[in-house]
Design a protein around this ligand. Structure first.
Ligand code: ADP
Ligand code: MG
Length: 716
């Protein structure tokens, strides 16, 4: 008896070139390579985009006018012409023996090449009568050739690479046939498969590519989605545990004296979300492992206060704290706010007569004058400064802390991972400081678990009471009255007359900040000459030098300007509670998250605030975005809508590395599976540190996820 070979692992499939398959010659291999398919593994994980269920097939003769249907027909004739408004119109006649039908394609000139007389095509669309003859307009078309089977997979095809769905199907079928004798190795413990009723991997690959019915597709998809999500969660959990095991953090001993003093002097009570976050953070601070936590909360949810309370916990124990902001303006704002908050605070100091001294907060940015800078740097090193606030200037060479115990990073999307690491290293030689990352960009929970899965997450999902919600109006143009009968400029004039201020956000021009600045200048000139001639206007855009920007911002903050006409430079952190109106021009050019951030600049005080979204809603998505903003001010709800409209690609973009293993899984559709996979990842890693008992899973992570990340984990 011949020795049987072991089942195939993904690594085995990865080293089998596609040229081993029937019908893949040099030319096809080159085409496949251009679609990044070189191995049998690549091919098997190139999943069908959809399926044609031929049990649902109709005939041309049986379709009623107005009815949707799918027919298999032969192409009889093809012609193409230009319409009066210069669009291409391709007309095709098809027949299936029960009747003839016309297909009309607008703006798809390539259909003339695609559809040749004699070809068999599956056509899906709504049949209508046009001058008495049957016709479908812009139907879906699949060239299935002579593929048999009741369910026909449709692969993403590429005209350019010369790849057709039916060829892909044939190659995949050949790969599956060749693999069948050995089968696919099973990496998942039986108990996990049982718990979630997951089919084995061999059945899953067969079910996704060559299903007998749609129920098989669903079972296969479920298994393969779980595999993808589990790999990512395993990677993240492994990393989390590795950091915890290999690093020594600062074990803070909270006395709660300073923190309680802070809370007592506040004129308001904490929201329960703030209380929970502060408690979570305190637990992390008291633990031995370094904290690595994300604090998510909408603009105005009170993140800064949570950060300050936490920094005080570090200071109580005799350590220093640092807060890093993405811009100088923000750093200064934080500095002013936090020093005022802590102005009467003292810390123990045995070298003084009274045994205590003032708590010291210092600012360090690139603008700090040389002499001040020298002094601050010296006092960071001697421990004379308790809380340092600054920009990335805080992590430059030559800056050392006596005992950095906690670091807060504000608005993390502007900070790279490397910068975070550099700041952590400022405690070099000593224990690693605890890190809290704050972001105002709400991320749906399951997406956060994937994108930031190596961090713990606290969420401020509740705004402090007493805020007057912002009224948002969507108007098609500047003259259109809102639902209260007031147009945007009349509203601006009225608010200014009442002593308030306004923002006008100019159209976004992504390709060029020069054009954007020019458009802002134009808007400024136009409004000054017309609608807002009586008001004091300021102009702010990215092309001004820092001094000019600063001057404009200061004037606006001091109330010397009524209306600030600006580009998106005001998106982050500008805080003028007296501003009560915002007009966003060409609002449909902005994304949901950006509109939400912009709108957060108003509604910061007790007065009623307004946001006008001016735009026609040119695309269906644009319209959905504007409606969403009108419908809610809840950032998490908006983030969910955004995810639905745009897909996960966007959220993943800045942490894209190693996240491209998601071929089938969708963070939207498969929300519940993200949570299940995360729970299993914790179980497996904690049961077998480093996944030693699950070598196949470890190998798959290594194979499929980003090299650097996997290496870091598995070798350390
Ligand atoms: P974020 O940083 O999340 O945008 P901030 O921390 O800047 O929010 O808080 C916004 C405003 O709300 C500040 O003026 C702050 O003093 C105030 N604030 C914070 N927490 C509360 C609370 N629990 N009740 C009332 N006001 C609060
Ligand atoms: Mg803030």
């Amino acid at each position: 008896m011949a020795p049987t070979e072991p089942p195939l692992t993904l690594a085995d499939l990865d080293v089998l070139p596609v040229t081993r398959l029937k019908g893949v010659g040099e030319k096809k291999a080159a085409g496949l390579a251009s679609a990044e398919i070189t191995s049998v593994l690549d091919l098997l994980t190139h999943y069908p985009r959809r399926y044609i269920d031929r049990t649902k097939e109709a005939s041309i003769g049986s379709l009623e006018p107005g009815e949707e249907g799918m027919v298999l027909a032969e192409v009889v004739r093809v012609s193409s012409r230009r319409t009066r408004n210069r669009r291409t119109m391709v007309t095709v006649t098809v027949s299936d023996g029960t009747g003839r039908m016309g297909l009309t394609f607008f703006n798809q000139p390539w259909r003339e090449r695609q559809l040749q007389p004699g070809m068999e095509a599956i056509v899906f669309g709504k049949m209508d009568l046009y001058n008495g003859s049957r016709q479908m307009t812009n139907p879906l078309v699949d060239l299935v050739g002579d593929q048999t089977g009741r369910i026909v997979p449709v692969y993403p095809q590429s005209e350019k690479a010369g790849l057709h769905s039916r060829e892909m199907a044939a190659w995949v079928a050949d790969a599956l046939a060749k693999a069948a004798p050995r089968g696919f190795a099973e990496p998942l413990p039986q108990a996990v498969r049982d718990r979630f009723a997951l089919i084995d991997r061999s059945s899953a690959f067969a079910g996704i590519h060559t299903p007998e019915d749609m129920a098989q597709v669903a079972m296969a998809r479920r298994r393969l989605v779980f595999d993808e999500l589990l790999r990512i969660q395993l990677l993240l959990v492994l990393r989390k545990r590795a950091i915890e095991a290999s690093t020594q953090g600062v074990q803070h001993v909270p006395s709660r004296l300073l923190r309680d003093a802070l809370l007592e002097q506040l004129p308001f009570a904490l929201t329960s979300a703030q209380q929970l976050a502060i408690r979570d953070i305190e637990e992390d601070l008291a633990a031995r492992a370094p904290m690595h936590r994300l604090l998510q909360g909408d603009v105005g949810s009170g993140k800064t206060l949570v950060a300050v309370a936490s920094l005080l916990t570090a200071v109580e124990g005799g350590h220093q704290g640092a807060l890093m902001a993405p811009t100088e303006v923000l750093a200064e704002q934080h500095y002013l706010g936090i020093s005022a908050l802590l102005s009467s605070f003292t810390v123990p100091d045995s070298t003084t007569l009274l045994g205590e001294r003032e708590l010291r907060v210092a600012l360090l940015t690139n603008k700090t004058k040389a002499a001040d800078r020298r002094r601050v740097v010296a006092e960071l090193e001697s421990g004379g400064i308790d809380i340092a606030i600054g920009t990335h200037a805080l992590i430059q060479e030559g800056i050392a802390f006596k005992s950095l115990g906690m670091v807060v990073i504000d608005e993390q999307h502007r900070f790279g991972v490397d910068q975070r690491a550099a700041l952590r290293d400022k405690g070099a030689g000593q224990a690693i400081p605890d890190v809290l990352v704050m972001t105002a960009t709400p991320i749906p929970r399951t997406a956060a678990m994937t994108v930031y899965g190596d961090l713990d997450v606290s969420v401020l999902d509740e705004l402090p009471p007493g805020r007057t919600p912002i009224t948002t109006h969507w108007v098609q143009d500047e003259d259109q009255p809102d639902t209260e009968g007031v147009d945007v400029w009349a509203r601006v004039r009225a608010e200014v007359a009442a002593g308030h201020q306004a923002y006008v956000v100019c159209p976004l021009i992504e390709e060029s900040d020069k054009l954007e600045a020019a458009s802002a200048e134009e808007t400024f000139d136009r409004l000054r000459a017309t609608e807002l001639a009586e008001q004091r206007l300021g102009l702010l855009h990215g092309r001004l030098n820092p001094l000019e920007k600063e001057a404009v911002m200061t004037a606006f903050r001091l109330g010397e300007l009524d209306v600030l006409i600006a580009t998106t430079v005001i998106e982050v952190g500008v805080d003028v509670p007296n501003a009560t109106v915002m007009a966003i021009l060409d609002a449909d050019r902005f994304g949901i998250a950006q509109l939400h951030q912009l709108r957060g600049r108003v509604g910061r005080g007790a007065a009623v605030s307004y946001c006008y979204l001016v735009g026609v809603g040119a695309t269906p998505d644009g319209e959905e975005r504007l409606k969403a903003l009108v419908g809610t001010t809840d950032g998490f709800e908006l983030a969910e809508i955004d995810l639905d409209l745009r897909g996960e690609g966007t959220i993943m973009s800045d942490r894209q590395k190693g996240r491209n293993d998601l071929k089938l899984a969708s963070l939207r559709r498969d929300r519940e599976w993200v949570e299940k996979a995360r729970a299993v990842a914790f179980e497996l890693v904690d049961q077998s540190p480093g996944l030693k008992e699950f070598p196949q899973l470890a190998a798959e992570i290594d194979l499929l996820l980003d090299d650097d990340e996997a290496e870091y984990l598995l070798r350390s």
